[in-house]
Design a protein around this ligand. Sequence first.
Ligand SMILES: [Zn+2]
Length: 141
Amino acid sequence: MESFRSILKSKGLKATPQRIAVHEAMLVLGHASVDMVCDQVKKEGKAKVTAASVYNILSGLSTIGIYRRIPTNDNKVWYDAITRTHLHIFDRKRNELKDLVDDGFSATAAAYFKDHAPKGYKVDEIDIQLVCHRSRNSKKL
Ligand SMILES: [Zn+2]
């Protein structure tokens, strides 16, 4: 939490109770939509927030690199507390966004696009999201 406060200070932003509460919620949730963060902040009861203020905080903190914006297949935006490039699984039936740990694929894709970028473009990052639903035999997840 102190590094969060330091980053805010370095960007000229105050560590308001609302920003602290939103960040605490993101640390608990990992991946979350505005509504999920709003519900978590209200559940903790440490600060009063509206969906609009949570949106503004998440959006602003994403702009300075504290969170990563993740658009999902259902045209919603989630926020991720992990900002480095990584793969995701989006389960649209359960409305869940999870990390997919597969560094081998990421490294292979990065190596491929290093030499095969679309003509006229330089690849900044590779952002892949698998859109899935659970199979019948996935009760152990
Ligand atoms: Zn993630």
